[in-house]
Design a protein around this ligand. Structure first.
Ligand SMILES: [Zn+2]
Length: 264
C-alpha cells in the first residue's frame, strides 16, 4: 500500500514538474501559462500529447524535438525529477497529511523560483505574492481545532512575512547607502516574506544564514576561477534562499532545536 502510494506521489510530482517547466519558461517573460499550448521554442511546432509525457517523452525522443531535432534543455527533465523527488520526500517525511500537502506546494513554489532566478534573475510576483497568501492560509489551518488559534497562527504568519520583507528592504537600503547601487531586489524581499509565512521566524533565520553563506562561498569560488572580483549583484541570491528554505523545511527543525538549547 505504501509503495503504491509512493509511486502515485512520484507520478503526481512528475506531472507537477512538467507544469512547473511551463511556468518557468513563461512567467518571467510575462506570458500566459494557459495559451498557447506547448510548442517547440526553436521551430514553433505544437507538441503532441504523446510527446508531452513528463520525463518519458524526453527519454523516448532522445532529448530532441521530433520535428527539427533541436536539443531540449536538460532543465526540463531535471525540474521534473526534482519535483517528483520533493513530492516523495514530503510524503515520506510527513505521511499522507495536510503538512505533506503544504510541504509539496511550498516545494513547488521554491523550486520554480530557484530556477527562474538562476535563469532570468527574476522572481515573478505571480509566484511570490500568492505564495505569501498560501503560506498564511496554510499556517492558519494547522495543528488545532480552536478557531481563535487558527486566526492567531495566520496573523503570526502575516507578521513574520512583514518582518522578513522589512529586513531585506533594510539591507537593501544599507547596501545602497554604502555602495551607491542596488544590491538585493524587491523580489528577494517578497521571497523571504513568503518563506517566513510558511516556515516561521526560527527556520527563516536558518534559511537566511545558510542561503547567505552558500551564496558567499559560491561567489568567492566564482571570483577565484575568473581571477577577478565577482559582481555580487550578478549572483542569483534568490536561488540560494530557495535551496536553503528547502533544506530548512525538511531538515531544519533539529538544527533550530540544537541552537535554541544554548539559551536555556
Ligand atoms: Zn522543433
Amino acid at each position: 500500500m505504501t509503495l503504491t502510494l509512493a509511486i502515485f506521489v512520484v507520478l503526481f510530482g512528475l506531472a507537477f514538474g512538467s507544469f512547473l517547466n511551463v511556468c518557468i519558461a513563461r512567467l518571467p517573460r510575462h506570458r500566459s501559462i494557459v495559451r498557447p499550448g506547448s510548442a517547440c521554442p526553436n521551430c514553433g511546432t505544437a507538441i503532441r500529447v504523446r510527446d508531452n509525457i513528463p520525463l518519458l517523452s524526453w527519454i523516448v525522443l532522445g532529448g530532441r524535438c521530433r520535428n527539427c531535432r533541436w536539443s531540449i534543455p536538460w532543465r526540463y527533465p531535471a525540474v521534473e525529477i526534482a519535483m517528483a523527488s520533493l513530492f516523495l520526500l514530503a510524503y515520506l517525511r510527513f505521511g499522507l497529511t495536510l503538512a505533506a500537502a503544504g510541504a509539496a506546494v511550498f516545494s513547488f513554489l521554491l523550486l520554480g523560483l530557484a530556477v527562474m532566478d538562476a535563469e532570468t534573475m527574476r522572481l515573478p510576483d505571480s509566484f511570490t505574492v500568492p505564495g505569501i497568501l498560501l503560506g498564511i492560509l496554510w499556517r492558519g489551518t494547522l495543528h488545532t481545532a480552536a478557531l481563535l488559534i487558527h486566526l492567531q497562527n495566520a496573523a503570526f504568519a502575516l507578521l513574520w512575512a512583514i518582518c522578513a520583507a522589512l529586513i531585506i528592504v533594510l539591507i537593501r537600503w544599507l547596501y545602497y547607502a554604502v555602495r551607491r547601487r542596488e544590491g538585493m531586489g524587491l523580489g528577494d524581499a517578497k521571497l523571504l516574506a513568503m518563506i517566513a509565512a510558511w516556515l516561521g521566524p526560527m527556520l527563516t533565520g536558518l534559511t537566511f544564514v545558510l542561503g547567505t553563506f552558500a551564496a558567499a562561498v559560491f561567489g568567492i569560488a566564482l571570483a577565484a576561477r575568473s581571477r577577478r572580483t565577482a559582481d555580487p549583484t550578478k549572483l542569483a541570491f534568490g536561488s540560494f534562499l530557495c535551496a536553503a528554505a528547502l533544506y530548512a523545511l525538511f531538515a531544519g527543525r533539529p538544527i533550530v532545536t540544537w541552537y535554541a538549547g544554548f539559551f536555556r
